[in-house]
Design a protein around this ligand. Sequence first.
Ligand code: ZN
Length: 113
Amino acid sequence: MGQYKEKNCPTCGTTHRKQGQYCSRSCGNSRTHTHKSRKNISEKITQHWQTAEANDQREKLSAQGKLQLKKIHNKSDEDLQEMTLDDFMVDPQIDDMPQGQFRAGGDLWTEVD
Ligand SMILES: [Zn+2]
């Protein structure tokens, strides 16, 4: 049985002789997403928003978004009535968000079951 060559973990810098580049599973998981996987995730999220189940979520987020606009940006009810759901739901951006969180409409959201 050959030994793996000594190397440094790219995440934490620890010297190790394990298989693969990373010293531990958690270091391996924390690697930054490649351009391709980012694109895949963003496609998944886009698909998610098109499902019926996501529609409920949109309604909820929209209600939250309106409340925020009212509280933070002092929008009036008339202003809000003229806005559509799509004003809140700009393209989500993936930015190494922790699981269950995503960005939409310039805000950080946490998914609630
Ligand atoms: Zn490590």
